[in-house]
Design a binder for this molecule. Structure first.
Ligand code: COA
Ligand code: AMP
Length: 637
């Protein structure tokens, strides 16, 4: 048995011991009473009775020492802000970052934020976003970061669910060359929301000046100028650190909760064991703090591990060219890059021969990790041929917070099989289940499920909604968490993740709900009914396409309705949805009982063999969908 298989076995046979040992890398004010608390299944808790502070573990411990930690990291760079869109590179040592965080935490406290209060953070990729997150952690407040590309309507839904006391935002973000004013979006969201925050803290950026609402809004810099830094507050290991909303199958996003103790232990473990990075090394996750990758591997993971993290405000291409990633790696001596395959497809499209790559000295660069969607073999081969370094596909999701399947470079580098994220990581027992819940043998495709208990760092529940946590994830297969992905194991135990088997799609590494888009489209007065499905896209992996049936008597030109729907999704969900195609059709394919055949539509879109259900109401409806999706094809539906 190889080392990975051996550790995997140990982690499942004796999780108490395995994670108890891992917990020793964390600074505790009070050691946990129990490692795995199964006194209230299926709500497992990790490290009950323990007290810690995540911000202390990420910052202060590297400065103030204790627990045998050397203090030399105080002057090591903790965070590099690299922003080609503003032509800025700024570095914060651990001490500087801690001081900025402690002061901002002082401001939050002065504004009435205490332990357990929520703070919504709606920010572009600036260091202040990370500072605000860590400041919440410092005082035991719960942050909820909302991705800046979401429109006011989506932000309002999250405000109403999280009920923040304070919202932290900025005057603007920059998308390549476009200045996007955030403040009017925030104001509109607050207008739409039923819940009203007490205060908003606004970072004024030089590219746009936000007008502040009297008695509610505070300028970030003015605010921090008049407060004192505050120390870390001990919190329970089981207290929430953050809520991160993610797309489910309906318009109501799921508030994934992350605890403090399990999260710190798991992320610290993952940095050395999965990514194989050591304290002092430079780690770069080219994502956004609004996504789970940004939470885990821009902010918390690298700092918990004493690394230097890069926070990049730019794109893989266009800022200014497809050499952007190579410039950052070379300039900051990055050892490990984590991004989404779509970023590599974008680079490949603009620089297929790698001319930009060859302009830089990449001696420091050791490995590339990809996640967010499956790494297709073409992208894998292109990246491997170009980089001549390990290219590691790894699979996880917002709910798990850290990788479920990966080639664990810090444990044992296994041979790569393109298209597979290798094997389950220690802590996760992954099974492939048939619809009746039986465990399928190798090579048989089914639902990918994880046997309970989930390891530390994974979601303990959904915010204020234990019932939805159980019904969404734990009910379909008792004793298991369902991931929403389908796939199979090969004969060597390598997992293959084939894609979502629900109404979630991944667009350029961004997770979106087709159900949410359908709810928005259904509000258009001309629309009788609709279906949105994800179709394959060469660059973005998937893009959404809508099919709508108009109400009887609507005489508006289909093209006009289609354009209006594109605009509606942009306004209500955000440009990030990349919803560019809507088709008016005479009818949607349905069963005789009226269920829309979305899976059949998806199969047509992907050019897969289509099993026409015997219960179909009107086969001609499928022909119409096929004609819209493949106008030049003769393929029978
Ligand atoms: N604020 C405001 N608008 C945003 C935004 C933000 N934070 N992020 C994206 N948008 C907008 C974009 O400007 C774009 O608008 P447009 O339709 O007017 O052009 C739209 O949302 C779609 O953005 P994006 O998905 O980024 O597509 P793109 O065509 O601009 O770039 C890629 C394509 C592949 C280069 C880009 O998606 C990318 O770098 N992806 C990597 C994703 C990633 O890191 N995911 C995290 C998981 S690891
Ligand atoms: P998110 O919650 O935004 O991280 O998205 C999680 C979803 O992205 C998963 O459920 C998968 O559908 C998809 N995903 C992430 N990483 C991979 C991967 N390496 N291979 C296949 N799908 C992936």
């Amino acid at each position: 048995m190889g080392r990975l298989d051996e550790l995997h076995r140990q982690s499942l046979e004796d999780p108490q011991r395995f994670w108890g040992e891992a917990a020793q890398s964390i600074h505790w004010y009070r050691r946990p009473r129990v490692v795995l608390d199964d006194s209230n299944t299926p709500f497992y808790r990790w490290f009950s009775g323990g007290e810690l502070n995540t911000c202390c573990n990420a910052l202060d411990r590297w400065i103030d020492g204790g627990d045998g930690i050397d203090r030399r990291r105080a002057d090591q760079v903790a965070l590099i802000y690299d922003s080609p869109v503003t032509n800025t590179v700024a570095r914060f040592t651990y001490r500087e970052l801690r001081d900025a965080v402690a002061t901002f935490a002082g401001l939050l406290q002065q504004l009435g934020v205490g332990r357990g209060d929520r703070v919504v953070i709606y920010m572009p990729m600036v260091p202040e976003a990370a500072i605000a997150m860590l400041a919440c952690a410092r005082i035991g407040a719960i942050h909820s970061v909302v991705f800046g590309g979401f429109a006011p309507h989506e932000l309002a839904i999250r405000i109403d669910d999280a009920k923040p006391r304070v919202i932290v935002s900025a005057s603007c973000g920059i998308e390549v060359k476009r200045v996007i004013e955030y403040k009017p979006l925030l104001d509109r969201a607050i207008e739409m929301a039923a819940h009203q925050p007490d205060r908003c803290v606004i970072l004024q950026r030089p590219m746009a000046h936000a007008s502040l609402v009297a008695d509610r809004d505070i300028d970030w810099h003015e605010g921090v100028a008049r407060v004192q830094p505050v120390p870390c507050v001990p919190v329970a290991a089981t207290d929430p650190l953050y809520i991160l909303y993610t797309s489910g199958t309906t318009g109501r996003p799921k508030g994934v909760v992350r605890d403090n103790g399990g999260h710190a232990v798991a992320l610290r473990w993952s940095m050395s064991n999965i990514y194989g990075v050591q304290p002092g090394e430079v780690y770069w996750a080219a994502s956004d703090v609004g996504w789970v990758v940004g939470h885990s591997y821009i902010v918390y993971g690298p700092l918990l591990a004493g690394c230097t993290s890069v926070l990049y405000e730019g794109k893989p291409v266009g800022t200014p060219d497809p050499g952007a990633f190579w410039r950052v790696i070379s300039e900051h001596q990055v050892t490990t890059l984590f991004t989404a395959p779509t970023a590599f497809r974008a680079i490949k499209k603009e620089d297929p021969g790698g001319a930009h790559f060859r302009r830089y000295d990449l001696a420091s660069f050791r490995a590339l990790f990809l996640a967010g969607e499956r790494t297709d073999p073409d992208t894998y081969h292109w990246a491997t041929d170009l980089l001549r370094r390990p290219v590691i596909d790894h699979w996880w999701q917002t709910e798990t917070g850290w990788p479920v399947a990966a080639n664990c470079l810090g444990i044992e580098a296994l041979p790569v099989k393109p298209g597979s994220p290798t094997k389950p990581v220690p802590g996760y027992q992954v099974d492939i289940l048939a619809p009746d819940g039986t465990v399928l043998p190798a090579t048989r495709e089914g639902a990918i499920a994880i046997k309970l208990p989930l390891p530390p760092g994974t979601l303990p529940t959904l915010w204020n909604d234990d019932a939805r946590f159980v019904s969404s994830y734990l009910t379909q297969f008792p004793g298991y968490y369902v991931t929403g992905d389908g796939g199979f194991f090969d004969a060597d135990g390598y997992l293959n993740v084939m894609g979502r088997i629900d109404d979630v799609i991944n667009v350029a590494g961004h997770r979106l709900s087709t159900g949410a888009m359908e709810e928005v489209i259904a509000t258009h007065p001309a629309v009788a009914e609709c279906a949105v499905i994800g179709v394959a896209d060469e660059l973005k992996g998937q893009v959404p396409v809508g099919f709508v049936v108009l109400k009887a008597g609507i005489e508006t030109e289909p093209a006009i309705v289609e354009a209006a729907l594109v605009q509606l999704i942009r306004e209500q969900i955000g440009a990030v949805a990349s919803f560019k195609r809507a088709h008016v059709v005479a009818r949607l394919p349905k069963t005789r009982s009226g269920k829309i055949l979305r899976a059949t539509m998806r199969a047509i879109a992907d050019g897969k063999p289509v099993d026409i259900p015997s219960t179909i109401d009107d086969p001609a409806a499928l022909e119409e969908i096929k004609g819209a999706l493949h106008p030049d094809s003769q393929q029978p539906a």
